[in-house]
Design a protein around this ligand. Structure first.
Ligand SMILES: *Cc1c(COP(=O)(O)O)cnc(C)c1O
Length: 405
């Protein structure tokens, strides 16, 4: 298994991607390796197919939100699926994308940037598109870039009501009146002027995009200037246990319909999906170290790739892997999980449905972790070792409208 890599929390290994000609299944890797450290299983074909599907279905340009999962193999898979634009929010993300893809379009979509980061992105990495949600940020960008000889793309982030399982609305975004003023103020400096928003991550209501676009249309009218781009942000969902979102096509139809109805047809549409592209693309295989009643103590947890299963209370699909076993599986029962650190908060209520006879030494695959799973790992308590392998398995849960692999 020469494609197994050891990886620490957030430092991508700088190496070329050599896709093995045929990838193993997760069960084959577990049988061969019997891993006693968390094994991150990456499905490059699933990610590439998600990118292909989204790019084909969205009526505009698609930017990948790099923070969702910056693993270089994920970025390669997205590129292979036809993704060419990246929404970055830090100098490290900008540098990573530029290093991997010299021809990529990079857009700096964080509304509050240090001057040094603007300078680096602009001067060293050729970034021209920046988000603002205040007068001060506009002044900062103009002063650092010297107006970029009029070549800037300026995007006003608009505050919109939260419609997602994760609120991305309370921290950034200008209220409508300020956003309108910002559009007017930015227009003379912008080769490309845009409005952007984020309806919240894992948004299960396509109509939320149309509502946010209606607010954007009012802001554009109040600003009294032409706007080149309406960027509908991220928020597109994937399936989790007992959560099957509306099909992707319903989101695309709601957005295209709102564009036509609101008279936004002179503006290009952009989207910044993260979760919808990466969510189904990775799993972690953990090993059970101890069982106490309905609690399983495992080797990954909320300080590792399972933070969303902790306090946020997200549920993830789970399945037992017991190599070589020919016995019929026991009936499923709900389990709680505990992670490896000494912190009592390192617990995951689930419930995770697993065979009633699950015991120490068994492996469990926990799926749909590609979005904000591995990206949030820490080195707390020394439990930062994990291995990474590319596999050919389909997603653990299908999402309506996403390509089957
Ligand atoms: C996090 C983020 C995204 C991606 O959101 P998803 O819900 O994962 O699609 C897109 N745009 C911005 C500005 C973000 O902060």
């Amino acid at each position: 298994m020469n494609m197994l890599l050891t990886r620490s929390a957030v430092s991508p290994v700088r190496r070329r991607f050599d896709a093995p000609p045929s990838l193993p299944t997760i069960d084959a890797v577990v049988a061969a390796e019997r891993p006693d450290e968390p094994l991150h299983c990456l499905r490059p074909e699933v990610i590439a197919a998600a990118a292909r599907g989204f790019v084909a279905a969205f009526p505009g340009s698609v930017l990948y939100a790099v923070k969702c999962n910056p693993e270089p193999r994920v970025l390669r898979a997205l590129w292979a699926g036809g993704l060419r634009r990246f929404d970055c929010a830090s100098p490290a993300e900008v540098a990573l994308v530029r290093q991997m893809f010299p021809a990529a379009s990079i857009h700096y979509m964080h509304p509050v940037k240090p001057r040094s980061a603007i300078r680096t992105a602009f001067a060293d990495f050729g970034v021209r598109d920046f988000v603002i949600d205040s007068r001060e940020e506009l002044a900062k960008i103009l002063s650092v870039t010297g107006d970029a000889a009029g070549g800037l793309g300026l995007f006003v982030r608009l505050a919109v009501p939260n419609a997602g399982a994760y609120d991305l609305t309370g921290k950034f975004g200008a209220p409508a009146d300020v956003a309108a003023e910002l559009l007017a103020a930015a227009r003379p400096h912008a080769a490309r002027l845009g409005v952007s928003f984020h309806v919240g991550s894992q948004c299960l209501r396509p109509q939320a995009y149309a509502e946010a676009m209606a607010l954007a249309a009012r802001v554009i009218a109040a600003g009294g200037v032409a706007v080149d781009v309406v960027d509908v942000g991220g928020g597109f969902p994937v399936s989790y246990p007992e959560i099957t979102p509306p099909p992707l096509s319903a989101y695309m139809a709601a957005i295209a319909d709102a564009r036509d109805r609101l008279g936004l047809t002179d503006s290009e549409l952009w989207a910044e999906p993260g979760r919808a592209l990466a969510g189904a693309g990775t799993s972690v295989v953990v090993q059970v170290q101890h069982r106490r009643d309905d609690a399983l103590y495992i080797n990954d947890g909320v300080y590792g790739s399972l933070s969303d299963a902790g306090a946020p209370g997200f549920r993830f699909p789970a399945r037992l892997i017991r190599p070589g076993s020919t016995l019929p599986a026991a009936p499923l029962q709900p389990f709680r999980l505990f992670g490896p650190t000494c912190d009592s908060a390192d617990r995951m209520a689930g419930p995770f449905l697993l065979p009633a006879d699950t015991i120490e030494g068994d492996w469990i695959e926990i799926g749909q972790l590609g979005a904000y799973g591995a990206a949030l790992r820490t080195a707390f308590n020394g439990f930062d070792r994990a291995r990474l392998v590319d596999v050919c398995d389909p997603p653990m849960l299908a999402t309506p409208g996403h390509a089957a692999v």
